[in-house]
Design a protein around this ligand. Structure first.
Ligand code: SF4
Length: 310
């Protein structure tokens, strides 16, 4: 059997930074350090940090007053920030700088008096965070049908921003629908879909042309991992999202000669290695790497964090 690895795959700079922040806070304060929401959407990452003393909560009401607390890479609303101040929490903000950029775009458009349209998935924490930072009318759309259903006059000055981890192709179609529907519309095109998402999606598109099956290592609640699986499927290749080797159903792969393997931005490489090990259970495995973008993006840790660890 041949396994072709996508390049790039796995951890992005925002995920590395978020994990570094939790680890840094644990070093500085000792356990427990509270983390609002899964720091990144990956069970293995969460379990390892838990073992070191991180406590994951969904609400800051669960955090004792004054305790060290990390906001996840997905970002938070103004209401969460206010609640943190009321509880006097020592906050380390692991919001990915690229999510923060979307927040800045949204704020600028609203200041210009535009009605904001957020293209994203309802209920995703990044979307909740962005919605909760907009001081004005904002509409969430997930599809072209949602655009058609917007109750807004055709000449309403609108602006859109996007969740960072969407499908580039689906988002283009939604933007086109907005441009058809409204006479005065501005937005950053698909540029708010982050570099890591775009690179991983392009790599899966290339991979899909060469393989019989695509395996995406990633969590069920990871937006960018789900989009990778969809891209494989849209290319006509059976594509599966697997959390780790224990979740891999080897029966689905019998008869496949070439397996394409990638990982979402929050999935550690050790899980990819585990999948390759599991595939060896079916016979000899020849592993190749698909040429692709080599990423060198790194994000600085927050200033207060650098200062406190100096
Ligand atoms: S997927 Fe993109 S936006 Fe999300 S943490 Fe990674 S770099 Fe940041």
């Amino acid at each position: 059997m041949k396994v072709i690895l996508a390049q790039p795959r796995g951890f992005c700079a925002g995920v590395v930074r978020a994990i570094d922040i939790v680890e840094g806070a644990l070093e500085k304060y000792g356990a427990p350090v509270y983390v609002r929401h899964e720091i990144v959407h990956n069970g293995q990452v969460v379990a390892e940090l838990k073992a070191r003393g991180a406590r994951f909560v969904e609400s800051l009401a669960e955090v004792p007053r004054g305790a060290p607390t990390v906001f996840s890479a997905h970002g938070v609303s103004h209401a969460v920030e206010r609640q943190a101040r009321r509880r006097n929490l020592t906050v380390f903000d692991a919001t990915c700088p690229l999510v923060a950029k979307v927040h800045a775009h949204a704020a600028r458009y609203v200041e210009q008096g535009r009605t904001l349209i957020l293209i994203g998935h309802a209920g995703h924490p990044e979307v909740e965070g962005t919605l909760g930072r907009v001081e004005g009318p904002v509409h969430l759309v997930q599809s072209e049908a949602d655009v058609a259903a917007l109750v807004l006059a055709e000449d309403t000055p609108v602006a859109y921003v996007t969740q960072t981890t969407l499908s580039v192709d689906d988002t283009k179609a939604i933007i086109e629908a907005l441009e058809k529907r409204f006479s005065n519309v501005v937005g950053p095109e698909t540029k708010d879909i982050c570099y890591a998402t775009q690179n991983r999606q392009a790599a899966v598109r290339a991979l899909s042309r060469l393989v019989d099956v695509v395996l995406v290592v990633g969590a069920k609640n990871s937006s960018n991992s789900n989009r990778l699986r969809e891209i494989g499927a849209q290319a006509g290749v059976p594509s599966y999202l697997v959390a780790d080797k224990d979740e891999l159903d080897l029966d689905l792969l019998r008869g496949a000669n070439t397996i394409g393997l990638t990982a979402g931005a929050s999935a550690p490489e050790v899980l990819v290695e585990g999948i390759i090990e599991a595939l060896r259970g079916l016979g000899p495995v020849d592993v190749a790497l698909l040429p692709g973008v080599q990423e060198s993006v790194e994000f600085r840790l927050p200033f207060e964090f650098l200062a406190s660890s100096a």
